[in-house]
Design a protein around this ligand. Structure first.
Ligand code: PGA
Length: 255
């Protein structure tokens, strides 16, 4: 089937930038990209505290191709859940995408696939698109168990999914995140193809419409090669998204 999926490029700032620094990034990014064509859809995921200010600034701008994403969500609508963030708090800030199950949260905060599945469900119910992250550790890769691992993570984390609503999957091998050691384009392609085949098994042709991103040490130097692969529909960019100039280099098609 011909690939008609629109490329998607996402900036994941993690726990970086105050609201003030986020706004100065935004000012630079809008200047750098004004009137120029960017790769498909572009999304920035700042910390929660910067979302509202960025939303307001974006609402004032015209003809921009930059949507907002959040780095996490909680599955309950409101109530006694100290420290958590509800879907309507995000939609009020104009959030359209929500990263769910990043490996840093799975590892450092012991998020289980069951929790992640509920988070994805909460995003969908509120009309946002979950970006479900999956990926193997180095020992799993070296043990030759990558594909089984990815299928198990998908199986457990996709329980919420009605097999229709829009979702994005981000393949993020843990050994490639923040290490400067990106997966080769061929390895990214075979993992993304495995993910698509699994989606096809459970959801049929809908699998051909789902965007699958690669994440892990993406830079302006390797993004083209990665995104040329047929099943890699975009990238989730951490470190290289913190500077507006570098992220713009990744996003612009006429650089
Ligand atoms: P990185 O992070 O680009 O800094 O490797 C990617 C991610 O964790 O989403």
């Amino acid at each position: 089937m011909e690939n008609k999926r629109k490329p998607l490029l996402m900036a994941n700032w993690k726990m970086n930038k105050t609201a003030e620094r986020a706004l100065s990034w935004l000012t630079s990014y809008l200047l750098l990209t004004e009137g120029r064509s960017q790769v498909g859809d572009v999304v920035v995921c700042p910390p929660f505290t910067a979302l509202y200010a960025m939303h307001q600034r974006l609402a004032e701008a015209e003809n921009i191709n930059l949507a907002l994403g959040a780095q996490d969500i909680f599955w309950m609508e409101s109530g006694a859940y100290t420290g958590e963030i509800a879907a309507e708090m995000l939609t009020e800030c104009g959030v359209e995408y929500v990263i769910c199950g990043h490996s840093e949260r799975r590892q450092l905060l012991q998020e289980s696939s069951e929790m992640i599945s509920k988070k994805c469900g909460a995003a969908v119910s509120a009309g946002m698109t979950p970006v479900l992250c999956v990926g193997e550790s180095l020992s799993i890769r070296e043990g030759g168990l990558t594909m089984e691992w990815l299928e198990a993570q998908l199986n457990e984390s996709l329980r919420f999914w009605d097999k229709k609503s829009d979702i994005v999957i981000a393949y993020e091998p843990i050994w490639a995140i923040g290490t400067g050691r990106a997966a080769s384009a061929a390895d990214a392609q075979s993992a993304c193809l495995c993910i698509r085949n699994f989606l096809r098994e459970i959801a049929g042709d809908v699998a051909d419409t789902i965007r699958i991103l690669y994440g892990g040490s993406v830079t302006p130097d390797n993004v083209d090669e990665l995104m040329t692969e047929p099943d890699v529909d975009g990238a989730l960019v951490g470190g290289a998204s913190l500077q507006a100039e570098i992220f713009a280099e990744i996003a612009l098609t006429d650089r």
